[in-house]
Design a binder for this molecule. Structure first.
Ligand code: SF4
Length: 282
């Protein structure tokens, strides 16, 4: 194995550690790290992020024009210009998209679903906001560690308050509040800490997740003192991960979806997701 503790720490990596130290180890091993494989859902997620980025960019869509903006055209435009990967300047071809979605009809159905998801969210969203940043990569140093992430949107709410938003295109979380979500997912604290460092004027930070399909928002407001507390928590987890030399597997409810299942020492003890089903015989 070629495991190296990362120089720059992203929330997804630390979440791996919280869930399973062995998964964190695999994720930071260049010989084992799973390669990203595009799915119809991830393609749609990228399109939606791209459309929202353009929609809230006042250089592309002035605030007073947002209400009239044709989302269908925006989705079609972004759909046809999806890069094959982050480093590529090539777009998915029509043929490659058909293969990804299975057929033209299925591709169209996903496209209509994406338009519906965006319309649903934007119908209820505050269209007067002025973002400070959109989908920017950001980072800061905390206690000698560099933490980083790509924050979907930061809004300036007043001279002393900002909001940080992350768009979700999947299912609603199991947890019912941000307090419960952050027990095992440090993405929101990461973003709040970074945004607080980069926007020192902000005494209050609203941080939240927007589940577009359901127009559901999970949010919380933190002051600087609370952000300092979150920072301590994140530093402690980073220190623990760095000093952990065993990095043992920890079986959890997501094991059957784990991309490292094949190399996991606990593989034989993990219940398979395809349980035997006895169909009804009437
Ligand atoms: S299958 Fe489960 S225990 Fe094994 S590496 Fe993945 S998350 Fe960890």
């Amino acid at each position: 194995m070629a495991y190296i503790f990362p120089e720059k720490i992203f929330p997804s990596a630390l979440n791996h550690y919280l869930r399973c130290p062995f998964k964190f180890k695999c994720h930071n091993d260049k010989d084992i790290k799973a390669v990203f494989i595009e799915t119809p859902q991830s393609f749609v997620g990228s399109v939606i992020h791209s459309v929202l980025n353009d929609f809230f960019d006042i250089k592309k869509v002035p605030i007073n024009k947002r209400k009239e903006e044709d989302l269908r055209s925006m989705v079609r435009h972004a759909w046809a210009r999806m890069p094959k990967d982050n480093r590529s300047n090539e777009y998915w071809s029509a043929q490659e998209r058909r293969e990804l979605f299975g057929s033209l009809e299925q591709e169209r159905a996903f496209g209509i679903g994406a338009i519906g998801m965006l319309s649903n969210y934007l119908r209820k969203a505050d269209l007067s906001i002025v973002p400070l940043s959109l989908e920017d990569w950001m980072e800061c140093d905390i206690n000698g560690f560099k933490i980083a992430g790509r924050i979907d949107r930061i809004d300036k709410d007043s001279d002393s308050a900002i909001s940080i938003w992350d768009y979700k295109t999947g299912k609603l979380p199991y947890k019912s509040s941000v307090e419960k979500i952050i027990e095992e997912d440090l993405q929101i604290p990461f973003y709040a800490i970074i945004a607080s460092y980069l926007n020192p004027f902000a005494e209050k930070i609203r941080a939240g997740l927007i589940y577009l399909k359901y127009s559901k928002v999970y949010d919380i407001v933190w002051n600087k003192e609370k952000i300092k507390g979150l920072e301590k928590k994140v530093i402690n987890v980073i220190k623990e991960a760095k000093s952990d030399t065993a990095l043992l597997p920890k079986i959890n409810r997501l094991c059957s979806y784990c991309e490292y299942l094949d190399v996991c020492p606990e593989k034989d003890n993990i219940p398979l997701k395809n349980k035997k089903v006895d169909e009804v015989d009437w």
